[in-house]
Design a protein around this ligand. Structure first.
Ligand SMILES: [Zn+2]
Ligand SMILES: [Zn+2]
Length: 397
């Protein structure tokens, strides 16, 4: 039997356990940096298959290694995130969250259970692949500064140091049975912008007596969009959106100040920094030219996620071997953020999507919604696929 067939068989064999693990995690979700029970569960499962996890990395993170033949020849890292979101689950399912207001609405329960099964498969065939697999179970993908950045700081990419990293994420927009890849820029950096425009409030009937922060803030919003349309290279995607504009006056009272909040997203670290400088300069300049001041505070988020092209091409063709050409699709850019990006900035990485949609069964809700769910047959695919991708990549020297 070929290694491919062995992995496919094991994946089928362990699928029911993967579903059971996913349901356990789904019913017992924990928020970012609070994944205590989840981490205990992961450690227990890893020990049950004979692995020896390192615990307590960045709080609740874990790692473990599976050594194949010639363990020092090459190392690949496989990552799953473990945290849930502050959302009240609206699904009526047997595995519904038992913690009101906390829900695995981004599929991290699926990523964790899938990687546990991948570990089981790889451990069962450890004499049939070269090199070492490093499993990374990380906290807090959903919360700044991101569990990935903290785990990297605490050395998860050392001893042994992965040559490459793979990450998998559920995709409620892709039918179950399909897998999506994209080379190069894939997901965006995310910075949060907080602007305060200070003018001088007063009676709406006496505009000559006020420095109107409402009008000035409006000019700032319109002006800043021109950074996107006039300064950004058209080939370089980025987004500047404002979702909050608070001018707390009334019909005839102009307030003293206005606050604006928005998000700045890029696919290029240089442009990310350059654009921020321009945003600051223009916001301050517009305010000043109209007699007001503008203070900009930036909360830096995740970097942009780049899928190393060669690794992604190899991984994609390995996926074609596993799934068949018709089930491997190309992904579009996505301007959302993902802390797997931190790995992608320092080691060759590939982040791909596991289809979990099933329209016939009504499983169509997006991530971060109270009705998000997956077609669990994705768990007959995800674990084995990741094992196969790892084994194939380890062959490359
Ligand atoms: Zn999410
Ligand atoms: Zn996620």
């Amino acid at each position: 039997m070929s290694v491919l067939e062995k992995i496919q068989n094991l994946s089928k064999q362990y699928a029911a356990d993967a579903v059971q693990n996913r349901r356990h995690l789904h019913a017992n979700p924990e928020l970012s940096f609070e994944e205590f029970k989840t981490a205990e569960f992961v450690a227990r499962e890893l020990r049950a298959i004979g692995l020896n996890p390192v615990e307590g990395i960045a709080g609740t993170g874990l790692s473990a290694v599976i050594e194949g033949r010639n363990p020092a020849s090459k190392v690949i890292g496989l990552r799953a995130d473990m945290d849930a979101l502050p959302i009240l689950e609206a699904n009526d399912v047997p595995y519904k969250s038992t913690r009101p207001g906390v829900m695995h609405a981004c599929g991290h329960d699926v990523h964790t259970s899938s990687l546990l099964s991948t570990a089981r498969i790889l451990n069962a065939i450890r004499n049939e692949f070269e090199g070492t697999v490093k499993l990374v179970f990380q906290p807090a993908e959903e919360k700044a500064p991101g569990g990935a950045s903290l785990m990297i700081k605490e050395g998860v990419l050392q001893n042994p140091a992965p040559h490459s990293m793979l990450g998998q994420h559920v995709a409620p927009n892709i039918p179950v049975g399909k897998i999506g890849f994209r080379e190069g820029m894939y997901m965006a950096s995310t910075d949060e912008l907080f602007l305060t425009v200070k003018g001088k409030g007063g009676h709406g009937a006496m505009p000559d007596q006020v420095i109107d922060p409402v009008l000035i803030a409006s000019h700032i919003i319109v002006g800043l969009q021109q950074i996107i349309s006039r300064n950004r290279k058209p080939s370089n995607p980025s987004v500047l959106s404002f979702g909050r504009f608070i001018a707390d006056g009334v019909t005839n009272v102009i307030p003293n100040e206005v606050t604006i909040q928005g998000t700045w997203r890029c696919m290029d670290e240089e442009w990310r920094a350059d654009g921020l400088t321009r945003i600051r300069k223009m916001a301050e300049g517009i305010a000043e030219s109209m007699g007001a001041t503008c203070i900009l505070e930036v909360v830096k988020g995740y970097p942009f996620l780049k899928n190393e092209p060669e690794l992604t091409r190899r991984t994609k063709s390995a996926a074609v071997q596993y799934m068949g050409e018709e089930n491997v699709i190309d992904l579009d850019l996505w301007m959302a953020g993902e802390d797997f990006a931190f790995y992608s900035q320092v080691v060759d990485s590939c982040f791909y999507r596991l289809g979990t949609r099933n329209e016939a069964r009504g499983i169509v809700s997006g991530v971060h919604t109270p009705t998000f769910d997956i077609d669990e047959s994705a768990l007959t695919i995800g674990p084995g696929l990741m094992a196969w991708l790892a084994v194939q990549e380890l062959k490359e020297v």
